[in-house]
Write a protein that binds this ligand. Sequence first.
Ligand SMILES: [Mg+2]
Length: 169
Amino acid sequence: MKIFIPKMYQKDIFKIDYKKLKYFNYKVLIFDLDNTLGYPKEEICNKKTSEFLNKLQNNFIVIIASNSLKKRVAKFAQNLSCDYFSFSLKPSLKVFRKIKKKYNVNYNEMVIIGDQIMTDMFGGNRVGALTILVDPINEDLKITALNRKLENIINKKNNVVRGDYYEEK
Ligand SMILES: [Mg+2]
């Protein structure tokens, strides 16, 4: 069940200690989109988040890997200078393999940041990347409802409690 446990857990993307990630030589930050960077109805990335992501690019390769369709992801990312992958099918390893190849980095140099255990954390842990769970910004997409039910069961088994943030597990 360890495969479902995030290595770290923070309230949102702004609370993550990026200096520490830099210190430990992580090179790529891979963000989930829906409910991690923006709420599902937010069509274009808001100013606070876009400025934050653009700033992070001074120190990291910043990538969005979303399971949503290209139409959604491309529009959201239009005011961002970072690369993005749509229809990622997380927890499939495909998107992480693509990123590894394209940017010539190792899995242990990647950080996967997302709000879902079943897709983001499971996928990231499968390749041995650092996984950081965040709380969902807003209400879930319908497609996420089942994942959330499974997540609740798994979190209970693993003693992961939403709201009990931690740095390493
Ligand atoms: Mg999400």
